[in-house]
Write a protein that binds this ligand. Sequence first.
Ligand code: CA
Length: 231
Amino acid sequence: MTPRIMVVEDEEPLSILLRYNLESEGYDVETVSRGDEAEIRLAEQVPDLLVLDWMLPGLSGIELCRRLRLRPETESLPVIMLTARGEESDRIRGLSTGADDYVVKPFSVPELMARVRAMLRRAHPQAISSLLRAGDIELDRDSHRAHRAGKELKLGPTEFKLLEYFLSAPGRVFSREQLLDGVWGRDIYVDERTVDVHIGRLRKAINRGRQRDPIRTVRGAGYSLDDKFLS
Ligand code: CA
C-alpha cells in the first residue's frame, strides 16, 4: 500500500518542493492550494495524512482542521500543520486546533519528511518502516545509520542517500540521470561522472574486505544493487 498524502498550501514554490520530496519518498501526493477546495476533496476521498497550511485562501487551515475533527471519516486523520513564524499562537502550540503536529516555516525539508514518516508509522505501523533491508545490508532512515552484517558502515551523506535509493528497489537498474535526480535533486547541476565517483566510494565502504560486489555496473544503462550478491 502506497500512503497517500494531501498537501494544502497556497505558496506554489513550497507546494512544488513538498510534492517533489514526498514523491521521492514513495508517497502518492495530491496538492491543493485553497482551504475550501481541500474540504471538498477530503469529503470525496480521505488520504492517509494531511499537510495543512495555517493561512489559506477560501478557508483557513485551522477552521478546516476543526471541521475535519467533527466528521467521523476524518476525525483521526493525521494532520501536520504548517505555520509561518509569528503566526504560531498558544492555540497551535497547545495543538488545540486538532492538528497532531505542527512545523514552523521556514522548516528543513528532511525534518518535515521525518515527521511525516513518524506520523504515518504511528497511524499505520505495518505500512511504513524506517528500516530498509537487502541481504545483510540494513539502513535506518531515522537514526541515519547503515550496517552490513551487523557492522556499521562509514558513509558520507551522499553515499548514504545513494544506498537508500538503491535499497528502495533492490535489483532495479537506475540510470545516472535517475540517480542524479533522486540523490542530488533536480535543481543542482552535477556532472554525471560525479555519480561514478560516489558509487566508487559507496562500493569501497560496503565491500570492505569482501570479494563480491553487490553494486552492478550495467553498461550503457547505469547501476543497480543486486541482492543476489548479499549474504
Ligand atoms: Ca499560506
